[in-house]
Ligand binder design. Structure first.
Ligand code: GLA
Length: 390
């Protein structure tokens, strides 16, 4: 946890509001494998990280909902009877408030300040962290009694609604249920998980931020989801299955290639491959076979780039560069794609050199200064007490 940042958000709250606030932390997430299959009944392997969004929040005994977004230095004041779709960051918080109202939960006016240390649009899911932090805090201060799973589903509906991104459950679920030094093996059909210890002896997870703008709201994300929704009924009928996960042999999808457009076929093929890869990846991670796991990460990237079509020249460059470095055992684009970060598993002793070299080569090629983060896993969304950490 970033104690300084938490204290800063608390200080910012006090500059704008008068009550003594409660503090919450809501993490971003990484995802080791299982990309774009959370909304396709797949399995995914995310983990919460130690970076995220901090909230300072207090009831205000009125019907006014007041937000101060520290990262934008912007304020928003709305009557709770007048919550509606807006634009930008406002949509993420207002949509969460709206979902509590839809469920008739007993919330009323509150003041809050929030801000964090995850770069927006980097693929570390800052939007889910904003949503989950607010949902968790409202549930807590107004005693709404929602479980972590119910909060994850509420935040997913919130993201579908005002921001209009038809995301899966992975980001919210991972943020709310993360556990330090563990990854989740999340079954997105049954919405349940197991924890796997993350043992990266001698290796580190390094994210390289391409700084290419990543906006799921641009509609491309929703288009990928639609392609899968178009292909699935055809496969259901032809293969007598009820879900992508029931297709045991990925080659079976190819038998029905002529019944769909190339785009739809490629997406379905990728999904079936990736579900199989994630299951394989889980057993490799349990056996601590990092080298084999890393190979699967490269395969995932290839599928995301060539079949699912969510990569770009910058991400392909970063992954190819990593693939040529013997100290990197796995790399791929992470998250929705179209920019954002790559995730790399790098030998600990070589991290500094790798970061220096890949960022220099990237800068030479694209004239962009990439960002680099060595991530640590962390616990899920929760209340924090600065007194205990000082
Ligand atoms: C975004 C979405 C997730 C998931 C990933 C791709 O992060 O929010 O639900 O679909 O993209 O795996």
């Amino acid at each position: 946890m970033n104690v300084e940042l938490a204290a800063k958000i608390k200080g910012i709250f006090s500059e704008h509001f008068s009550a003594a606030p409660d503090l919450y932390f809501s993490p971003g997430r990484i995802n080791l494998i299982g990309e774009h299959i959370d909304y396709n009944d797949g399995f995914v392997m995310p983990a919460a990280i130690d970076k995220g969004i901090y909230y300072a929040i207090a009831k205000n005994q009125s019907h006014e909902v007041n937000f101060y977004a520290a990262d934008y230095k912007e304020k928003l004041c709305v009557n709770i009877g007048n919550i509606k779709k807006a634009a930008g960051w406002e949509n993420y918080v207002l949509s969460v408030v709206n979902e509590f109202l839809v469920l008739n939960k007993p919330i009323s006016g509150f003041d809050c300040a929030f801000g964090g240390d995850i770069p927006v649009g980097s693929g570390m899911s800052s939007s889910a962290a904003v949503e989950c932090g607010l949902a968790f805090a409202l549930n807590d201060i107004f005693n709404c009694g929602l479980t972590r799973t119910a909060l994850a589903l509420l935040c997913q509906r919130a993201e579908h609604n005002y921001p209009n991104v038809k995301c899966g459950i992975m980001d919210m679920y991972a943020g709310l249920n993360g556990k330090k030094d563990h990854v989740l093996f999340l079954d997105c059909k049954n919405i349940s998980h197991e924890y796997f210890p993350l043992q990266l002896k001698g290796y580190k997870i390094v994210l390289i931020n391409s700084k290419v703008h990543h906006s799921l709201a641009s509609g491309e994300y929703n288009i990928r989801r639609q392609r899968c929704e178009e292909g699935l009924p055809i496969l259901k009928k032809e293969l007598n299955i009820s879900s992508f996960r029931d297709i045991k042999k990925p080659e079976d999808v190819a038998l029905h290639k002529n019944k769909m457009t190339t785009e739809v076929y490629n997406c379905c093929r990728y999904v079936v491959d990736e579900i199989a890869r994630t299951k394989k990846g889980a057993s490799m991670l349990q056996k601590n076979d990092l080298a084999a796991f890393g190979k699967l990460m490269y395969e995932t990237h290839k599928g995301l780039s060539e079949l699912y079509d969510v990569s770009c020249a910058e991400l392909d460059f970063l992954v190819t560069y990593a693939g040529a470095d013997r100290n990197v055992i796995g790399a791929r684009l992470m998250g929705g794609g179209f920019g954002g970060c790559t995730i790399n598993i790098v030998k600990e002793t070589a991290v500094t050199d790798f970061v220096e070299q890949v960022t220099a080569a990237y800068n030479k090629q694209f004239n962009i200064l990439a960002g680099a983060y060595i991530v640590e896993t962390g616990d899920g969304t929760g209340r924090i007490n600065l007194l205990l950490t000082e």
